[in-house]
Structures are given as C-alpha cells and as structure tokens.
Design a binder for this molecule. Structure first.
Ligand SMILES: [Zn+2]
Ligand SMILES: [Zn+2]
Length: 265
C-alpha cells in the first residue's frame, strides 16, 4: 500500500456557480414536461413516477418499522439483525431508497434486465430523496464510488447500473464521484443465485483500491443490497487503503423474508 498513489482533492459537481445553475434550470424545465409513469403508464412529469406509484414505492421506508442502524434491514419483533449478528459489518451504515419488494423491485428489473438506461436518473432521484431525509447527513466532502460491474454483465447490458445511478446522484447532490477508486480485481461468480455463505466467500478478494484514500469519507453506490457481503468486502478494502468511513447508498434493500436463501451464516 505504501507505494500506491495518494488521492488528491476530488473533483466535485459544484453546488453553486454557472454550471450548476444551468443544470438546475434544465432540471426544472424537464420536471414540467408531461411523461408517462414507468410503472402504471399514468400521468407523470419529467420522467418521474406518478404520485401514487411514488408513494407506493417509498412507503416501505416510511412505515415506521425499526431498521438495523448499520445495514438498514427492516427488523422483526426480535429486533436483531440476522445479517449483522453473524458478521460485524466493516461498513459504517447504509441508506436505502426502498425495500426490494413490489412495486419497487419492478423499477430495478426495468433498469437491469430491461436495460432501461435512462431510468437511472429517476432512481437516483429517489435515492437522493432518501439521503436528504436520512437521520444522519453524509459528510460534505464524501466521495461517491459505484460498485464496479463484471465485464460479462457490462457486455450483456451495455452499462453498469450502479455507475449510472452514482453519476446521476453526484449531479443531484453536488457530490464528487470517483469510479476509479474501486476496481474489480477478478470476474468472480454471478451472485444472483448464490446463498448467503456463498455470497460472502465469492465477494472476498474481488475488489481492490488502486490508491491511498487516507481520511476520506467514501460512499459506495449499488443498485440492490441483499446480504451486505459485497459492501462488507468493499469496506474492508477501502478501510485498508485508509478510508475514514465507508457508507453504502443502495436503491433497494432486500427484506430478509423475501430472500431466496434463508440459511444464516
Ligand atoms: Zn404510476
Ligand atoms: Zn444489519
């Protein structure tokens, strides 16, 4: 690690100034354009969801259920997080826009399986809303870093969904985005059909950080968080490279009850 280059002041999307004012003016104009809701084809504006679908998607995070302070998992009556109790997470906390359940799961399906590249901005808007309403604010100088996709999935989809969401989110929140801080060291196995134990082992040694990031507040952006094993492995890598904190921003958090794998571990 000693010979690695050192992170310099990251470029930010300026929150003030001509460029950002122009961006905000464009967004304000786009927000007035009549469009169809992605979910129900009802009346919407600016590529957003209609008010009813927006409320339905975001309801899961606003129903008052207690959530794990670290990984944002909705807790049951036992009030114990089945993911964090098995493995103390290396990341500090997670903010999720909605639970990976109907109807929000359809939005993820459209983005990833349906390759609706253009819906990344709308989804980033939902995540930006969750960030603004989070109990603890992100550090002002935090750097967004998307989870890198495998070459196989980029070949299949033509883009990395996490990277597109991170890019849109950076503009909306006026944050720096540095995809180059996290590299995929090897291809690894697709995690979609893996169980919990397999997910943890398959994430190990999958990622690397090519420079020192001493004292940096890193925010890792991903589309779906299932067990947290990917974010855990990434946080280990980034903290070994000097990161002061590693938080996760995910579009959707998979509820424990809806997982294909229920074995603890
Ligand atoms: Zn709708
Ligand atoms: Zn947890």
């Amino acid at each position: 690690m000693a010979d690695l280059p050192v992170l310099r002041e990251p470029a930010r999307y300026p929150r003030v100034g001509l460029r950002h004012r122009f961006y905000l003016a464009c967004q304000a104009g786009i927000a007035l354009v009549p469009t169809s809701c992605v979910l129900c084809q009802g009346r919407a504006k600016g590529g957003s969801l209609c008010v009813f679908c927006h409320a339905a998607v975001m309801r899961s995070m606003l129903d008052g259920r207690p959530r794990c302070l670290a990984c944002c998992l909705a807790l049951d009556a036992a009030m114990q997080c089945p993911d964090c109790v098995q493995r103390l997470p290396a990341f500090d906390r997670v903010i999720a826009a909605f639970d990976y359940a109907a109807p929000g799961d359809l939005l993820i399906h459209y983005l990833k399986a349906g390759r609706r590249f253009t819906s990344a901005a709308m989804l980033a808007g939902l995540l930006a809303q969750a960030v603004r309403h989070a109990t603890l604010a992100l550090p002002d100088d935090a750097i967004l870093v998307p989870v890198p996709a495998s070459r196989a999935s980029i070949r299949e989809r033509g883009f990395n969904p996490a990277a597109e969401v991170a890019r849109c989110l950076a503009r909306q929140l006026g944050m720096a985005c540095r995809p180059g801080l996290l590299l995929r060291a090897q291809e690894g196995r697709r995690q979609t059909h893996l169980g919990r134990i397999e997910r943890v082992s398959s994430s190990l040694a999958l990622y690397s950080c090519p420079m020192r990031v001493d004292g940096a507040a890193i925010v890792v952006v991903d589309d779906v968080m299932t067990t947290g094993s990917t974010l855990h492995s990434i946080a280990q890598v980034l903290k070994a490279a000097g990161a002061a904190s590693v938080c996760g921003l995910v579009l959707a958090r998979t509820p424990y009850v809806s997982r294909p794998d229920q074995q603890p571990g």
